[in-house]
Design a protein around this ligand. Structure first.
Ligand code: GLU
Length: 375
């Protein structure tokens, strides 16, 4: 929680994300060159009573040197690099601390399943309560295109939300977000504060990915959007610079500070909006609008034009209009099977009777209105 301005930090729980370029800067396995400064920052935070969660990329970059004959690694070789590099990386992190660390590997498939998400959340909290440093990475070996987050910037924002952190620090190889690409524009200026993430913020970030990892400035802004909408202060800083860490510890902003939104989303709505994946779609007529005043009748079966995909009670569904407009994400209180059956009935009284016994199709507290956000 930041008090007053951005030079007086009072944190309780920090998530720090470290990328591949810091872990294996020479592409010759893990190097402790930059990790020492980051480890020192983590130790100092803990001494100040701040709990820390570390999201560490770098397994692929760390393992690459073990496959010297591979010039352009295939997906399966990258997975092997990740499996081998992960042990090397976690070993080095573990040796840098004189307190216990714990490894958590996860995929998007884990995070978007509510029960597994809660399990991850509980484990992080239990580790922190016991003074153990969670070190988190995506489980690259078991991911598929459908199951992966794909970059650890977005993963770190999901972890920050699951950890109930109050600050997310994303280490970059430049000082923060610039108004244009500083690598190609010598007059680029660092943007110290972003109070509201807009199209312009994404335009400044561009689309270039880093050399070693999968993220770039764009994924860092995406992460900042996810985190700040959960009420989490987010910083992009230069992870190569010890001064940046010292500034943070002194309560100064060394990079770009993204301010949390004024009205953070509730936990479940945030998870639905940014982490869960819709298992199906409920299509409504084009003239349909949610009447938020009639809380109990947010979506009646008469409004449903079509049910797409297969989902069960408790799954997240996308609510769209026939013209494709995305209206909301919501937890369905009905299965796709039952919902299709009800929607197919010519006689409205069947639906009305059914709903008056079984309850509404979606509950207002389990719904996130999309407001044209990207997903
Ligand atoms: N999980 C990947 C790794 O450990 C990193 C993903 C990223 O670069 O953000 O290599």
């Amino acid at each position: 929680m930041i008090h007053g301005n951005s030079t007086n930090f009072k944190w309780q729980r920090v998530v720090i994300k470290v990328g591949s370029a810091l872990i294996a800067p020479d592409r010759k396995g893990v190097s402790s060159r930059y990790l020492l400064g980051i480890a020192q920052f983590i130790v100092r935070c803990r001494e100040m009573g701040i709990q820390v969660v570390l999201v560490s990329s770098g397994s692929v970059a760390a393992g690459a040197h073990l496959f010297p004959d591979v010039d352009k690694p295939s997906v399966s070789v990258k997975k092997a690099m990740a499996a081998a590099g992960q042990t090397e990386m976690i070993g080095i992190w573990n040796n840098l601390f004189d307190f216990a660390t714990a490894q958590i590997l996860m995929t998007h498939g884990d995070l978007r399943d509510r029960e597994r998400y809660i399990s991850v959340k509980n484990t992080i909290h239990t580790l922190l309560e016991n003074g153990i440093l969670p070190i988190i990475n995506e489980n690259d070996t078991v991911t598929t295109d459908k199951l992966r987050v794909g970059d650890n910037d977005n993963l770190s924002a999901m972890v920050a939300a699951a950890s109930d952190a109050d600050v997310l620090i994303i280490c970059s190889d430049i000082n923060g977000l610039y108004d244009k690409n500083p690598r190609t524009h010598s007059d680029a200026v660092l943007v110290p504060e972003i109070r509201e993430i807009s199209k312009n913020t994404y335009a400044m970030a561009g689309s270039e990915a880093g050399l070693l990892g999968t993220g770039g400035m764009r994924t860092k802004v995406e992460a900042a959007e996810k985190a700040t909408s959960h009420g989490i202060d987010t910083f992009i800083i230069n992870g190569f610079s010890e001064t940046a860490f010292n500034q943070l510890l002194a309560g100064q902003n060394p990079g770009t500070h993204f301010f949390p939104v004024a009205k953070p989303m509730k936990e479940l709505v945030h998870w639905m909006t940014y982490t869960s994946d819709a298992q199906g779609e409920v299509v409504v007529e084009n003239d349909f609008e949610f009447d938020m005043d009639i809380q109990s009748e947010l979506l009646t079966s008469e409004a449903i034009a079509e049910v797409r995909g297969q989902f069960t009670v408790g799954d997240t569904v996308l609510i769209t209009k026939r013209d494709g407009t995305k209206l909301a994400k919501a937890v369905s209180n009905y299965s796709s099977c039952l919902l299709s059956f009800i929607a197919d009935q010519d006689d409205d009284s069947f639906a009305t009777d059914f709903q008056s016994n079984t309850g509404s199709i979606i509950s207002p507290q389990n719904m996130a209105i999309l407001n044209n956000k990207k997903f």
